[in-house]
Structures are given as C-alpha cells and as structure tokens.
Design a protein. Structure first.
Length: 328
C-alpha cells in the first residue's frame, strides 16, 4: 500500500510538472528575468543559446518545435530579433507574444535610423522588462497572481540595489576617463544612465559592416583621450578591436557581456551578475593608467644608443688588446 501511495504521488507530481505553462524567451537576459518572476509556476526556455548572438541568429527546426509548444513568447523587439516573425509564422504557434520593452524610452541610432534594442543595459529599463513579464504571467496563470506579484517585488528590490551599485561604481572613475570603447554599439543605454561616453567599432547590430571612418575615429579618440583599455564582447569577433588596440598602444580590458548572459565561469550567468560583471571590468580598466607604446622615433633613438655603445665597447676593447700585445 505504501508503494502504491508513493507511485500515485510521483504520477501526480510529474503530471503537475508537465502541465506547467511553457514560456519561451528569445534571449537569455529575458529568460532569466522570467525565471525570477515565474519561479516554480512556469517552465521557461530560451531560443538563442547562451553565447549566441540574437542579431544574426538563424533558427533551427528545434526552435520551431519550441515555439509551437509555447503558451507565451517574450521578445525584446526594437529590431533585435529580425528572424522571429518568420519563425512564429512558419511554426503556426498560437502562443501570445509579449514585447518586454513596452514602455521603455528608447534611444534611436541617428546613423542607422532605427531604435537601439539594448535597453536592458539600463537597470531602470530592466525593471520595466520585469514588470511587463510579471503582467503577462498574471494573464497567463491568474491563479498564481499573488506569487508573481511577490516575486516581482522581491526582484525589483534586487534590481534597485544593482542600479545603485553601478552608479556608485562608475562615479569612482575620474570624469575625464569615463570613455567606454567596445566592439559594437550595445552600451548607449548603459552610458546614458551611468555617465559614460560610448565609442564602438560597429553600430547597434553586429550584422552591419565595419566602416573605415569609424575605425579611424576610434583610433583618434583612444589616442587623444589616452584611453587605457578597450573592451571586446563575448558574442562579437574581437579581431578588429584587438588590432585597433595594438595600433594605438592600448590594452584589452576584458570581455563584456552584451547580447547574451555568460556561463558560470564568467560570473555573469544571470541578468544581475551580467551587469555587475560588466561594471567591475569597466571600472577596474578605466581607472588604470595607459601604458604608452614607444613611438618609432623613440625606438630608433634607443637602437642608436645601443649601436653606439657596442661600437664604443669594441673600439676600447681593440685599443686595450693592442696595448697588451705591444707590452708583451
């Protein structure tokens, strides 16, 4: 009888798990927020894997299956997931699609005449994301409204603490050194909120071409402002920025997390940890001193000194040898 009760309990538990609403997020930052608010009441999955770039992602048949079985889909929008509409249409899913950036005061790229999608980089916007997610979950599972409200309230306090931490940390950087150079233009919201000048190799999308004029401008900024470090990103090819760093005599300050969370090794495997990781790297790097590479003139001068010294040594050694020989 005891085993029968255990078996029935197991079946009920598995059934309850299977009946959980399935929520799908397009990007890992959104997935993490949904997990913090939905907790045990929903099953949350992500389309773009950790380390993937949502700008240029190409959906797979597995993604179509994920979407068709979803009850709710969270998207960032603002040109971030250009592939999503086709995926949804082809899958035939009946899931509700919710834009988590609704209510965000967006930044528009003057260069590309399109909205900047990286709104989560400002924690104030992250709170808007979280509230939109909470409201959508309440609509999806009304019976768990109080749980979602409580989870959101607790998570909001954590986000407010994170925002204060970033403000205090960035303020410790001398004002003239608050210049953040990155691989692509994913940090404008971060810079606007926390007081940093932003410069990058590419525009708001990693799908865009790198312009020679942008590279030259970046080199001028780094040299003129004596920027001590520049930052590559985990989801962007670092080669161009590495070459710029080499050409300007600056250093690579580390890898920032922009369009995806990191793994446990990076310390950025949640939205909160992601922004703390970025902030700590930026503050440490920009507060350091730039190690100037020697100029060509300096290198030539040093070489001339060495050459002259060697000639003088050989000359004196020759005289000493002749003197010693004559003395014999």
């Amino acid at each position: 009888m005891r085993y029968l009760v255990f078996l029935l309990s197991l079946i009920i538990a598995l059934s309850a798990k299977a009946e959980k609403p399935h929520v799908v997020a397009t990007a890992s930052m959104i997935m993490d927020m949904a997990k913090n608010i939905g907790k045990e009441h929903v099953q949350v999955s992500c389309i773009v894997p950790i380390g993937g770039d949502p700008h240029i992602y190409k959906p797979t048949p597995k993604d179509a299956k994920l979407v068709v079985n979803a009850n709710l889909i969270f998207k960032n929008a603002l040109t971030f997931e250009g592939w999503l509409d086709e995926l949804i249409e082809n899958s035939g899913t009946k899931a509700a699609v919710v834009t988590v950036t609704k209510g965000v005061n967006t930044i528009k790229s003057e260069t590309y005449n399109s909205p900047d999608p990286h709104a989560w980089m400002d924690v104030k916007n992250g709170i808007i994301y979280a509230e939109n997610i909470k409201n959508a979950l309440v609509t999806l599972v009304p019976a768990q409204k109080q749980a979602f409200e409580d989870n959101f309230a607790a998570y909001k306090k954590e986000l407010e603490a994170l925002d204060a931490y970033i403000v205090e940390s960035v303020n410790s950087i001398p004002a003239e050194k608050r210049i953040l150079v990155t691989s692509h233009d994913a940090f404008q919201y971060y810079g606007k909120r926390y007081g940093l000048q932003l410069e990058s190799v590419q525009g708001i999308s990693t799908d865009g071409d790198i312009q020679t004029k942008d590279v030259l401008h970046l080199q001028e900024v780094i040299k003129a402002s004596k920027v001590p470090v520049v930052f590559v990103e985990t989801t962007v090819n670092p080669k161009v920025l590495q070459q710029i760093a080499k050409d300007t005599g600056t250093s690579i300050g580390g890898k920032l997390l922009s369009d995806s969370l990191g793994d446990e090794k990076t310390g950025g495997d949640t939205y909160i940890k992601m922004l703390r990781h970025n902030t700590d790297l930026v503050v440490e790097g920009l507060k350091s001193e730039k190690v100037e590479a020697p100029s060509i003139e300096e290198e030539n001068t040093a070489t001339n000194y060495i050459f002259t010294g060697v000639i003088a040594f050989l000359f004196l050694a020759g005289i000493a040898f002749m003197f010693a020989k004559n003395k014999q």
